[in-house]
Design a binder for this molecule. Structure first.
Ligand code: ZN
Ligand code: FE
Ligand code: FE
Ligand code: ZN
Length: 270
């Protein structure tokens, strides 16, 4: 019934619930052809010994995560891929690259969750929006997102307008930022994630916004699909709406990955 859900978390990150097997069962029940786990990569950009509690798995747990997903993929009721959601932080590429090359991932999803140290999508840091110029926040967010894509580390760009999560909306037009982002993504050769988690938050809107998805389509950027499930029942959540949005933008296929190589599944076969 649905092609892929490429954005699932596991208990290892410290803020998701349920067992990996429960995510698989839920995916099978909802008729998802292929799922991919993309739990949070360890916070490689913090000084050694520093941590944000409950944010991501520890570095020592990364091989265990990969092993856990690989072993659950055997005899699973659905096809399972191994991904990772990696934060983009400028000028930390060396550490990121060594972590990414230590595991044979099927895909690497790049995410901007920090604007110059501010965890802008973290409810605990939401107060900051009241103290900042929202137009500048959006400008900085999309600049970082473009840099992330152009860094070359990532196959997929996660929730590409996450900055709207708490529904603080800019006064300025977003069109020029959208266009610049699509150009950078195209140059970088990345795929875009349509992520339904935005429906669960005050923005009440899928990431990316319909206008941004249309611009991505017009620039020839491929899309994949993810729920960002942090509990088993969220697998495939909002996918009827997401596929409508994707098809309305003009897409006929969804990207999937094997060993960081992209291929496509026709939407019409579901
Ligand atoms: Zn998470
Ligand atoms: Fe994320
Ligand atoms: Fe996520
Ligand atoms: Zn995410």
């Amino acid at each position: 019934m649905f092609p892929v859900d490429y954005h699932l978390h596991t208990g290892l990150c410290g803020h998701a619930a349920g067992k990996v097997g429960e995510y698989l069962e839920e995916a099978a029940r909802k008729g998802i052809y292929e799922i991919g786990f993309s739990d949070h990569l360890p916070l490689y950009f913090l000084p050694p010994g520093e941590n944000i509690p409950g944010y991501a798995m520890k570095e020592a747990e990364l091989p265990r995560y990969a092993e856990m997903i690989r072993s659950c993929a055997e005899n699973a009721p659905v096809r399972v891929k191994l991904g990772i959601e990696a934060d983009y932080v400028p000028s930390c590429g060396e550490k990121l690259s060594s972590l990414l090359s230590s595991i044979p991932f099927d895909y690497v999803t790049g995410a901007v969750h920090f604007i110059d140290g501010w965890g802008f999508d973290n409810p605990a840091e939401m107060e900051q929006y009241h103290k900042r110029n929202i137009d500048r926040v959006y400008e900085r967010y999309f600049t970082l997102l473009q840099q992330a894509a152009l860094s070359g580390w990532f196959d997929v760009m996660a929730h590409p307008d996450l900055v709207k999560k708490f529904n603080f909306r800019p006064a300025r037009s977003l069109k020029p930022l959208y266009e610049a982002t699509a150009r950078a993504f195209k140059k970088a050769g990345v795929c875009v994630e349509v992520n339904t988690a935005g429906l669960r938050y005050p923005a009440k809107e899928i990431y990316p916004a319909p206008e941004l998805l249309e611009i991505f389509f017009n620039h020839g950027l491929p899309v994949t699909l993810g729920s960002d499930a942090h509990r088993p029942e969220q697998v495939g959540e909002g996918f009827v709406e997401a596929l409508k949005l994707i098809e309305r933008a003009g897409y006929k296929e969804i990207a999937r990955f094997d060993g960081r190589k992209r291929s496509f599944i026709k939407i019409s076969s579901f």
